[in-house]
Design a protein around this ligand. Structure first.
Ligand SMILES: *Cc1c(COP(=O)(O)O)cnc(C)c1O
Length: 233
């Protein structure tokens, strides 16, 4: 194994240690926090080092990049889509991902439902929230959340499993807690067809903070694989 791959193993060790520490400090012992490896720009051979180390959950941002890499991934990998998803591209990923985290419009939810039905399956989704109200970010505003969840819950071939957010870089802890409150409130509402199981929040720079505020799925790219060396699309 080369130095670059060995570094991934070191990084995973450190991330797991930090996740365990954050859980011990802030959460109850029965809480589970999943670590997702975010693979954008990372070659599949390097991603597979993480999978072999037990990080079997992969997060994909770009349809084209995913399609070019998926056959090379370790078969133990479970793939979820986490990037902005154009309605006309759902068809390319519908049979290759277990969950789509980035649903932020009813138009997109309806297309996922249509293609899931066509393929005889139910697709799990998260609703993505623009918790920082940033103009440049994807996700719906909190004001639109209830309506989108209720509409999406009616779709037969889509199952709402929780919420996803990208808190603004450097934002206050209150933003993370606001997400947690939204998640807990929705869970208590017990909306038919909705199971609030997953709160996907936290990346390389803020995953411990996210765990403190209820996240149970952290999405790690840079801290696991190193700095990305080309511009993000
Ligand atoms: C790139 C990306 C991540 C990981 O970001 P890092 O800061 O590199 O850990 C997480 N979530 C989404 C949606 C991303 O696009």
């Amino acid at each position: 194994m080369n130095d670059e791959f060995r570094q991934v193993l070191e990084n995973i060790k450190e991330i797991c240690y930090n996740v365990e520490n954050a859980k011990a400090k802030y959460r109850s012992s029965s809480d589970d926090v999943r670590i997702m490896a975010v693979t954008k720009t990372v070659p599949p051979e390097k991603v597979n080092v993480a999978v072999a180390q037990g990080i079997t959950l992969l997060g994909e941002n770009r349809v084209q990049e995913f399609l070019s890499k998926k056959d090379a991934y370790d078969k133990a990998a479970e793939v979820q889509f986490i990037g902005r998803l154009q309605t006309n591209k759902v068809k390319y990923i519908i049979n290759d991902v277990s969950l789509i985290q980035s649903v932020d419009s009813f138009k997109l939810a309806k297309e996922i439902d249509r293609l899931a039905a066509k393929n005889g399956r139910v697709m799990n989704v998260l609703i993505e929230i623009n918790i920082g109200d940033e103009a440049s970010k994807s996700g719906i505003s909190t004001g639109e959340l209830d309506e989108l969840i209720c509409q999406t819950a009616e779709l037969e071939n889509v199952a709402v499993k929780g919420l996803m957010a990208i808190p603004p870089i450097g934002c206050g802890e209150d933003v993370f807690e606001r997400m947690n409150m939204l998640f807990q409130e929705l869970k208590e509402k017990n909306i038919k067809g909705v199971s609030m199981d997953i709160l996907s929040m936290g990346m390389s720079g803020d995953y411990e903070m996210a765990i403190k505020h209820g996240s149970n799925l952290v999405r790690i790219g840079t801290k696991m694989f190193g700095a990305r060396n080309y511009l993000e699309g």
